[in-house]
Design a protein. Structure first.
Length: 169
């Protein structure tokens, strides 16, 4: 679909999102190749990828919503529902389990008042498990907004959350 045709109809994608996706299409050469990048663009603008934008992305790159949903489901860092201001990715690899994952995740769940996959009542944090973050040397570990934190215990978690202005429990 040409840019002119695209801008002549109503869409859930913003002009900025469409332009960025079109730039990726030009760079990659094949429309299907930008499916993950297109969803990441929407997520960067909105914090998550709503259903309506999946449909519009699909129309832009020639994929069905089912195909894009399958990719988004497989790629765990595409958020298909609203998340908190900060996303905590807690590593649940074998190394982290051996080094105290269960105690750390129990403390985080209590501290944030959520289960895994949940968002704190103040909307500040979403707690998500992730298979491995490659930080076995400092297990147990987590990532918040692309920043790695390791050697976690209750005191360290309190210090880390305080960096983000948390006044939880």
């Amino acid at each position: 679909m040409s840019s002119q045709m695209w801008t002549d109809r109503e869409t859930m994608l913003s002009d900025a999102e469409r332009r960025e996706i079109e730039t990726e299409i030009e760079e990659y050469g094949q429309k299907h190749s930008v499916c993950i990048e297109a969803m990441k663009i929407v997520q960067r603008h909105r914090g998550w990828v709503p259903d309506e934008t999946i449909k519009d992305i699909g129309e832009m790159i020639g994929m069905t919503t089912a195909e894009l949903d399958a990719v988004a489901t497989f790629y765990s860092l595409i958020f298909r529902k609203p998340v908190g201001e900060h996303v905590i990715l807690i590593c649940d690899s074998v190394s982290c389990w051996i080094m105290g994952y269960e105690k750390v995740v129990a403390y985080l769940k209590t501290k944030l008042g959520v289960e895994l996959g949940g968002t704190s009542s103040d909307g500040k944090f979403t707690l998500l498990p992730v298979a491995c973050i490659g930080a076995c040397h400092s297990a147990p570990a987590m990532i918040i907004d692309k920043k790695l934190y390791g050697n976690l215990d209750e005191q360290r978690i309190d210090e880390i959350l305080a960096e983000y202005g948390s006044r939880l429990r």
